[in-house]
Write a protein that binds this ligand. Structure first.
Ligand code: 5GP
Ligand code: SF4
Ligand code: MG
Length: 466
């Protein structure tokens, strides 16, 4: 998901809408905005579908007055999926005895099922099936004097991944979980301030990037006091999601001072060094495989070409929630550039193989177009484990790499060769010169390694075996 918040600028809602539009790649199912103004109180609009279709008209934006606002774009990783679930669309809003608060959350809580059960036993009435709603109920039960105290209280009880942008009448709040699994950045916009999942959302509103919110940090921003910083949790070694570098973040965003594009190109170079093959053409599977393919081509000296063309008007296939749509998705989205491919030995570079749906379809299309050989090169290690921290990987059984060896996957996909970057190679490419330290890895890489930095309590209770 993507989160965005702003304080201290007139017409906050238009800035939130723009920010969410820049974060649309993080969630395309739905979006919502909450604002506050002293005359009218809290205002909210939550809609299914794209930001550009819902939040660009004056008609809608004018229903969201105020100089403070938060927003969310949703990609369902928890709660009911499917089209008609407006009640799961964030930001969630709670009206407490001491005032209202709205919360937008990116990530996934790993103990939400257990918390919900306890809360319901003690009388809470849930409106949604989303993990995030627990935070509202925990705040309602907290004895904290201020809403920020209550939020702090609530967040000490939740586990898992959370990058949160929240607001009260007068304060904008940003929080990252102690491991800092999901990103969150702070920017300055005129006299005001911005919080966003990624720096690309600061760029679109013309905000200046100040810094990342640190793992375990809570910032409270108000007109009077500016930015105040707290560290409410027990300190832990950070474990940022390594897959943000590979796929999730936008290439024009900065993470740890480096552009994601540059990192992906470095991943492609590392991949070329680790898995060379003789061929005539390096082709990205667009768009997510493109920077890595450029790196692969530069390092190997094999010409780069756009052998697969993407229709710009279709979203990311993986994010569509049902298998049926996902299966059609590949053809809706990608087509082969026959003239370029015919008679060639082609290296296809993609960011990841999950179910293998994309790779299988693409291989067929490329062979139909007359390719002589097809070699897959993947910019991440085999995805053998599900993510419980906010990326919608399927159950283990559906993950190709969970049940098959690399050679079996190669046969299943029907390609001449299939190679993945090593986990060490991936660490090197993201800037860890020595590779992955097995005793203290710097990132979360659970979907590749099976080593979960936060025990997925709810899943373990449901019988998941680590
Ligand atoms: P598959 O078709 O193998 O199930 O999925 C792999 C494709 O889905 C890749 O092209 C990748 O770009 C895309 N993708 C989109 N969202 C995700 C995600 O959340 N996780 C992973 N691993 N791949 C994703
Ligand atoms: Fe990221 Fe994978 Fe960890 Fe999920 S399991 S947070 S996708 S590295
Ligand atoms: Mg892709």
């Amino acid at each position: 998901c993507g989160v965005f918040g702003v304080i201290g600028v007139a017409d906050a809602a238009s800035f939130v809408a723009l920010g969410l539009h820049a974060l649309q790649h993080r969630g395309q199912e739905a979006g919502g905005i909450v604002t506050y103004n002293p005359e009218g109180g809290f205002h909210q609009a939550r809609r299914m579908g794209y930001v550009r279709d819902n939040f660009t008209s004056r008609e809608v934006i004018d229903t969201l007055p105020g100089a403070i606002g938060v927003g969310h774009v949703r990609y369902s990783t928890s709660g009911d999926k499917g089209p008609a679930v407006i009640r799961n669309v964030q930001p969630f809003f709670g009206e407490f005895a001491i005032g209202g608060a709205a919360i937008a959350h990116n990530g996934n809580l790993t103990n939400a099922v257990a918390l919900r059960r306890e809360l319901i036993e003690r009388g809470s009435i849930f409106q949604s099936s989303s993990d995030t709603e627990c935070i509202i109920h925990l705040m309602a039960r907290s004895m904290g004097r201020t809403l920020v105290d209550r939020m702090e209280d609530a967040l000490r009880k939740v586990e898992g991944a959370f990058s949160i942008v929240a607001m009260t009448r007068t304060k904008l709040v940003g929080v990252r979980d102690p491991l800092g699994i999901r990103p969150l950045v702070l920017g300055k916009l005129g006299a005001g301030w911005v919080l966003a999942s990624e720096t690309c959302a600061l760029d679109i509103v013309g905000a200046e990037f100040l810094r990342e919110i640190e793992p375990g940090e809570m910032v409270v921003i108000s007109a009077e006091a500016g930015v105040e910083s707290f560290f409410p949790f027990r300190p832990r070694k950070p474990r940022f999601c390594i897959f943000e570098h590979v796929y999730f973040s936008r290439p024009d965003s900065l993470i740890a001072g480096r552009s994601v594009y540059e990192t992906r190109e470095a991943i492609g170079r590392e991949l070329a060094r680790e898995t060379p093959v003789e061929a005539d053409l390096v082709c990205p599977v667009p768009d997510s495989g493109t920077p890595a393919a450029i790196g692969y081509a530069r390092e190997s000296g094999i010409p780069f070409g756009m052998g697969i063309i993407r229709n710009q008007y279709v979203g990311r296939t993986f994010i569509e929630p049902t298998d049926q749509i996902r299966n059609m998705g590949v053809r809706l989205k990608l087509n082969v550039n026959r003239a370029l491919i015919r008679g060639k030995r082609v290296i296809l570079v993609d960011d990841s193989v999950v179910r293998g749906t994309t790779s299988r379809k693409i291989k067929e299309m490329v062979l139909d177009a007359g390719a002589r050989e097809v070699h897959f090169r993947i910019a991440s290690p085999p995805t053998a484990w599900p993510c419980f921290y906010g990326v919608d990987t399927p159950n283990r059984e559906k993950l190709l790499a969970a049940t098959m060896s690399e050679e079996e996957m190669r046969q299943h996909l029907g390609v001449d060769s299939l190679r993945f970057i090593s986990l060490d190679g991936l660490y090197r490419a993201v800037g860890e010169a020595k590779g992955r330290d097995p005793h203290a890895p710097r990132f979360c890489d659970a979907c590749f390694s099976g080593e979960y930095p936060v025990a997925p309590a709810d899943m373990l209770e449901q019988g998941f075996e680590m």
